[in-house]
Design a protein around this ligand. Structure first.
Ligand SMILES: [Mg+2]
Length: 407
């Protein structure tokens, strides 16, 4: 049932309501008459029976009465015209933070995590720093995987966010996002997630909302290499006096060689500040031998739903393809990530890299980036990378090596 409560009640009607209230407010005849009067206003819903006229009037009266006493009530009633149930359609929420109000648009099939990302976009408060308060929902907003349709949100109430902007990001090893065990998605499961209409819609919305800023122009005729940071290029859990100690071996050699054939984008599930800081410290952003085309962060990710694994975040390459269709496509893009689920929306384009952990122990023997350089260069001439099964990249390298020896 959709009520339209805020009808801009006239003085005349108000007087009648007061009169009705004086008389006990129960006279059926008066209720009817007043109901008809309100019905003239355009927000009134024609199909509502006369019984509801009475309910409407009483509610309207209660709201306007409370307004005089209670500012909160005034705010909530004036903010909204209709109280609509959450659906897959967009809902506009007002979020109060630090004395200001911000508007965010979400959908019922978004998660709390996504709502926090939208709030982060306008406030710059990182999702992990946000605490959301909302009437009558208990602790539901603390669960980032919960769908917004499962929470009784109404556009009539304002949400309050408590949180602080991190101006000076301090390398915070304890709080930087940890790896939750990757799950091995079967091919069928991955296809199922990628083809789900709800997930496609989410990607579409992200494409509309998220702009990718280019640091360097896309180059004609180049393929695209998309790289994760944590555990792919950098061991973010170990401690060191100098971040270079945590860098995966051969990083600059790898990027320099790849750059000959590929544009390079770096996409991390952390925040842009962290991405810029980390890549800057490692000397990736100002290297004379290669250029980084773009940096992407958690804001570019989407949350997808899977019957088996629930909701989780991933990095949809479709976002990049939609923004630069003249340069990049499923045919010429490859992505390295230590988490396979990150490329669930484009399983044919992902290569699950062996994670680089315990840098102090492993940096003397980790050769992954060297070996992957060979692979990248070996496949660079192919017209369509999506026909490859990147799971077999190591044997592709061996075969390629043998072919060249025999040639
Ligand atoms: Mg990673």
């Amino acid at each position: 049932m959709t009520f339209s409560l805020r009808v801009g009640i006239s003085l005349k009607v108000k007087r009648r309501i007061l009169e009705m209230q004086k008389n006990g407010g129960k006279k059926k005849k008066k209720c009817k008459r007043i109901g008809v009067t309100i019905g003239k206003y355009e927000t009134f819903h024609e199909r509502q029976s006369q019984y509801y006229y009475g309910v409407l009037i009483r509610k309207e009266y209660l709201v306007s009465h409370r307004e005089e006493k209670n500012e909160m009530a005034a705010e909530s009633s004036s903010a909204a015209v209709a109280v609509s149930p959450m659906t897959a359609e967009e809902l506009t929420l007002t979020v109060k933070w630090s004395g200001k109000e911000y508007t965010v648009r979400v959908c019922g099939d978004d998660t709390v995590g996504e709502l926090k990302r939208r709030i982060c976009e306008v406030t710059r408060v990182l999702p992990k720093r946000q605490k959301l308060l909302y009437p009558k929902v208990g602790s539901k907003l603390a669960d980032e995987t919960l769908l917004l349709s499962q929470i009784p949100l109404k556009s009539s109430f304002k949400m309050t966010m408590i949180g602080t902007v991190e101006d000076d990001i301090i390398v915070d090893q304890v709080e930087s996002p940890d790896i939750i065990d990757d799950f091995e998605l079967g091919q069928e499961e991955a296809v199922d997630i990628k083809d789900k209409e709800i997930n496609k819609q989410k990607l579409k919305r992200r494409v509309e909302q998220h702009k990718i800023e280019l640091r360097n122009p896309c180059r004609e005729g180049k393929k695209l290499l998309v790289l994760d940071i944590d555990y792919t290029l950098f061991d973010h859990r170990s401690t060191a006096e100098n971040p270079l100690e945590l860098m995966r071996p051969y990083l600059h050699e790898f990027l320099s060689a790849a750059y000959a054939e590929y544009d390079i984008m770096i996409w991390s599930a952390t925040s842009m500040k962290w991405v810029e800081l980390k890549m800057g410290q490692l000397g990736v952003l100002e290297n004379p031998n290669y250029k980084i085309t773009a940096l992407l962060d958690h804001m570019a990710m989407i949350t997808v739903q899977s019957d088996r694994y629930g909701v989780f975040d991933c990095k949809p390459l479709g976002l990049i393809w939609a923004h630069f269709p003249e340069f990049y496509s499923p045919k010429n893009t490859i992505m390295f990530d230590d988490l396979r689920r990150n490329f669930v929306m484009n399983p044919q384009n992902g290569l699950a890299i062996k994670p680089f952990r315990k840098a102090h122990v492993n940096r003397s023997n980790d050769q992954e980036l060297m070996k992957l350089t060979q692979y990248l260069l070996a496949i660079a001439d192919l017209d369509d990378l999506s026909v490859l099964d990147h799971k077999n990249w190591e044997s592709f390298n061996e075969d390629n090596f043998k072919r060249r020896r025999h040639a």
